[in-house]
Design a binder for this molecule. Sequence first.
Ligand code: NDP
Ligand code: 2IT
Length: 444
Amino acid sequence: MSYVEQVLENLKKTNPNEPEFHQAATEILTSLAPVVDKHPEFQNAALLERFVEPERVVMFRVPWVDDNGKVHVNKGYRVQFNSAIGPYKGGLRFHPSVNLSIIKFLGLEQILKNSLTGLPIGGGKGGSDFDPKGKSDREVMAFCQSFMTELYRHIGADTDVPAGDIGVGGREIGFLFGQYKRIRDEHVGVLTGRGLSYGGSLARTEATGYGLVYITEEALKMRGDSFNGKTVVISGSGNVAIYACQKAQSLGANVVAMYDSNGYVYDPNGIQLDVVKDIKEVKRGRIKEYAERVKGAKYVEGCKGIWTIPCDIALPCATQNEIDEESAKILVKNGVKYVGEGANMPSTLAAIEVFLKAGVVFLPAKAANAGGVATSALEMAQSSGRMFWSFEEVDAKLKNIMVNIYHNMDDAAKEYGYEGNYVMGANIAGFMKVANAMMAHGIV
Ligand code: NDP
Ligand code: 2IT
């Protein structure tokens, strides 16, 4: 059995019932086989065994009281996965599906994503099975305050810097920051995605979606093509989806569909983003309302059907495993040429295989959605330097980072003999920097 197979088998045995963690680890470790073949010193130092074992896992109780005086208890998590190249960095997810397996898969991905940005940030992730949907602002605040009353002791501007993810946006970050500041009596950059009035960075809200489009644009450009006139399908209608849509439209693309967890809207005339923003950002409503407000648009209950809409470019921006093998085959049959992952691990392993075999340009999440965390790192730099960059400055840095990520993964794929396979390229390029730092630190 090869070194990679041994590590994977042991990981599955010692972390049972964690399917998402197994999936992410399988994709990553399989890609690293040629690297460990070339570097036998990694095996001697048990580097992969240490790489897949989080440095620290914190799990805690989060009690809170709803508007009717009823007491609720949720689970809180923070997985501090790897700090070899910088303080732990990664988002918090509030969604009823959250469990340790999901937080660990996200944390493991985050290590390599953060490395790919070229900035000094380690990997971490956290969250809760709390569902902010349908809760009042006071209930969300009560939950966030309780969550931070435990989390504060584990984080810090130079230790671990959380941010948003599914269910955690500007409102939640505000409540979390307020409680941290109150307990610690410190106004520091301990969270990113903060509001502009208290240390946030311009362009952080837009960064993940914009970054996704910038890296896809670079992939198109290298093939003599562009977004102009392309039909694009985007899943989700949250932070990442909305700003991916905005940037793709500004480059001349026709975005024809989006969804939320209930169903999708198809608008052949092009999604009217101001309507989506009003429904999702202002009213916190359902995407279904779009079809009631926009003539010529239709709503279909259920999410999966979105992938049957013919498109040139698919940008999955909602959640893990939203594209399975069957959907991937339909996308390919309908002529998809580019898939850029805005969400984390939105394609199953079988779906990825379908895309790669069909010659689809597949931009994996850890590269394609790294613009969000990269801009978080720019927010950290502005916080610690007590300075504030313009939107244009941050946006230009973001674009530059995404273009560099594209070429770094493209070069790494070529170097190891897997030209055009960006799963291999992104994993290898991200891993090498972390591996070198871990080797330099000795057995820790
Ligand atoms: P939001 O909470 O803003 O939006 C999430 C969107 O995805 C909503 O439309 C939501 O629908 C939908 N969604 C969530 N879960 C499911 C599900 N199980 N099935 C179908 N639809 C679902 O989150 P973000 O936009 O911030 O995050 C989206 C993805 O991007 C996630 O995978 C996240 O990890 C990833 N990401 C986010 C970054 C960021 O900076 N925010 C950075 C990098 C990656 P509904 O409203 O019905 O729940
Ligand atoms: O998955 C991700 O990269 C994020 N949710 C953003 C993390 C961050 O620290 O900005």
